[in-house]
Design a protein around this ligand. Structure first.
Ligand code: SAH
Length: 222
């Protein structure tokens, strides 16, 4: 990777990225820190070169193994909600995928832990994130239904694939005052994005908006 690829010259130009940020603002994303990070993060480096001309469109795109890179709007919105509801020093992400959401979080959180169940994607994400010189990230190849107990509790948990119900183990790995943002629902139906806030032993669940994610699948795929 050379300097012009990282800075994003050409079809992934500054103008194209600014357009994306304008669109995010039109859709209601307001957090200036998040908008700046979305503008700076080279989304084209997280997808196959053949698709890089579409990197700054607000769409999910295939990343191999039947998975997708999340829509920029969804990434921005989930990040904004976590940042605006409390501390984000220690964050757990379930579903690394290509690592795009991981990179966005790493630019504003102290440490990001991210778990992926498909080995291939886990390895590819590690390379991409290392190339971007992001060093406050720890990646794990495992079933995210189990969270990452050794590093719990987490100030914030972000789940980027949808389970049918909120996994109990993830609730238990939230810090007191911690938040979790998670899509819930089956693949066929429309899913609902929830913010869960923990106060002691109480968990308050707030509906955010309708969303569409790939399913959270149990077990690992080598
Ligand atoms: N965060 C990614 C989204 C990737 S799509 C982004 O920024 O674009 C969701 C990812 O969740 C897929 O890579 C999928 O393999 C992964 N996933 C699904 N079930 C999982 C599980 N139980 N544990 C860990 N990862 C899981």
């Amino acid at each position: 990777m050379n300097a012009s690829q990282v800075s994003g010259i050409g079809m992934t130009s500054q103008r194209t990225r600014s357009r994306l940020v304008q669109w995010l603002m039109d859709e209601g994303v307001q957090n200036q820190n998040v908008l700046k990070i979305m503008e700076e993060t080279p989304r084209h480096l997280f997808i196959d070169e053949g698709l890089s001309h579409r990197a700054y469109e607000n769409t999910a795109l295939p990343i191999g193994d039947g998975q997708t890179i999340s829509q920029p709007y969804t990434v921005a919105r989930m990040t904004e909600i976590l940042l605006e509801t409390g501390s984000c020093d220690k964050v757990l992400e379930i579903g690394t995928g290509c690592g795009y959401q991981t990179a966005v979080l790493a630019k504003t959180c102290k440490t990001v832990f991210s778990v992926e169940r498909i080995r291939n994607l886990h390895i590819k994400a590690r390379k991409t994130l290392a190339n971007l010189n992001l060093h406050n990230i720890q990646l794990l190849f495992a079933d995210g239904f189990n969270g990452w107990q050794q590093n719990a509790p987490f100030d914030a948990i972000i789940v980027t694939a949808a389970p049918a119900q909120i996994p109990e183990k993830l609730l238990l790995q939230m810090a007191d005052g911690g938040r979790m943002i998670i899509p819930v629902g089956t693949q066929e139906a429309e899913q609902e994005l929830y913010l869960v806030e923990r106060q002691g032993d109480k968990f308050r669940k707030t509906f955010v908006e309708k969303v569409k994610f790939v399913p959270l699948v149990g077990g690992v795929a080598r």
